[in-house]
Design a binder for this molecule. Structure first.
Ligand code: PLP
Length: 407
């Protein structure tokens, strides 16, 4: 077997350099543990950026994928396949939506939602309704439609021109109202901005968006690519008391637990918006991907992982609050819900620098913006693993205190 150094050298020669990975090549995992090619163990509290919802190599998940692969992987959307049909029913049952469209990623799910919004109005003769209202620091993906809706200039720069999108301040319902007009087909919003720094929507904001969308005849698209599939303690973030109903919800990341799949869920009213021939995906909803999701959903139920995300998330939040009290020179505060939590560093500290130090201590987190460390562990994470991660982070941050004093 190749060593870590051999693999990294080969990667640096041949992989397209649009990423800047750490010099670590993983070869296997189990739960929240990852092992590199030299056999070193890492504690993974990032879950592949909120993806591996049931942990690495969950035996039930792995067996379901293997059994489906040995039976039927793909037939194309010219035909039905059983896991796809069952999954559409399962997702609708869990969410109250009526229709599911499957694709392969979050960006594709949002692209589908954008096309659906435009085509819905096109079919009604309202051809001028093409503009979207979206939010500063929102993230919706990297294809050109999803990118246009993404609210961070650095991601969009150099890729224009893009479709018409107006970005306004997240949480500012009055700004949304001002941005509306007869040309707006949809408002797109994350219930909690993930990439934008783990920022939850203020109370009442999503309901205000619902009311504004209704008043202007536009659709409300809720991007739950990062927040959905139980991560915040309910299956969707917009489920539960006081939450508005969306016209469209998009999912990906945790849905397949590591197997690439995205979904767009819609109400029955929108079932005619994309008639046959208007949108599609060769791989979207294939039997293997859908079987993977069905296994994830069964594991979430059998192991009580959605409720667990709430209780373990609260415990994690308390541990992070304590960390802020213990290392006040470095930490500014905490944010988040369920098992999507952010530790905000004080100005002058850079999240990515902290991540590199943590990697040396064999704990994996990701950054969410410049100064936020993101905890998005697998929902199977144990309290002991969360404690181990926070303990290691505390040691790492404590070493930065003298730097803070001299800053
Ligand atoms: N939407 C949100 C809220 C996301 O967090 C992301 C990815 O981080 C995406 C969309 C894009 O998903 P993908 O990378 O699967 O295309």
């Amino acid at each position: 077997m190749s060593s870590n150094a051999d693999l990294v050298a080969l990667a640096r020669r041949h992989l397209y350099p649009n990423y800047k990975p750490a010099p670590v090549a993983f070869v296997r995992g189990r739960g929240c543990e990852l092992f590199d090619a030299d056999g070193r163990r890492y504690l993974d509290l990032s879950a592949g950026i909120a993806v591996c919802s049931v942990g690495h190599a969950h035996p039930v998940h792995a067996r379901a994928i293997a059994e489906q692969a040995a039976s039927l992987m793909h037939v194309s959307n010219y035909f039905y396949n059983e896991p796809n049909i069952r999954l559409a029913g399962e997702l609708c049952r869990r969410t109250g939506f009526d229709r599911a469209f499957f694709c392969n990623s979050g960006t594709e799910a949002n692209e589908a939602a954008l096309k659906l919004a435009r085509h819905h109005f096109f079919a009604r003769g309202e051809v001028e309704r093409v503009r979207v209202v979206a939010f500063d620091n929102g993230f919706h993906g990297r294809t050109l439609g999803a990118l246009a809706m993404t609210g961070t200039l650095k991601y969009r720069e150099g890729f224009g021109p893009m479709g018409p999108v107006t970005h306004v301040r997240y949480g500012d319902a009055a700004a949304v109202e001002r941005a509306m007009g007869p040309d707006v087909c949809a408002i797109i919003v994350e219930p909690l901005q993930g990439e934008g720094g783990i920022v939850a929507a203020p109370d009442g904001f999503l309901s205000a968006l619902r009311a504004i969308a209704d008043a202007h005849g536009a659709l409300l698209i809720v991007d739950e690519v990062q927040t959905g599939v139980g991560r915040l303690g309910t299956f969707l973030a917009i489920q539960g008391p006081g939450q508005p109903r969306a016209d469209v919800v998009t999912l990906a990341k945790g849905l397949g637990g590591g197997f690439p799949i995205g979904a767009m869920l819609t109400t029955e009213r929108l079932a005619g918006a994309l008639p046959p021939g208007t949108h599609g995906s060769t791989f979207g909803g294939n039997a293997l991907a859908c079987a993977s999701v069905l296994a994830v959903l069964a594991i979430l139920d059998d192991e009580g992982l959605v409720d667990g995300a709430r209780t373990k998330g609260e415990a994690l939040g308390q541990m992070l609050d304590a960390l802020v009290r213990d290392v006040p020179g470095v930490c500014e505060g905490t944010r988040g819900r369920g098992l999507l939590r952010g530790l905000v560093l004080r100005p002058g500290f850079v999240a990515r620098d902290v991540l590199v130090r943590l990697q040396d201590s064999r704990v994996l987190l990701t950054a969410a913006g410049e100064r936020v460390l993101r905890f998005a562990p697998a929902l199977v994470v144990t309290p002991a693993e969360l404690e181990e991660g926070v303990r290691t982070l505390r040691a790492s941050l404590s070493q930065l205190v003298p730097a803070a004093a001299t800053a």
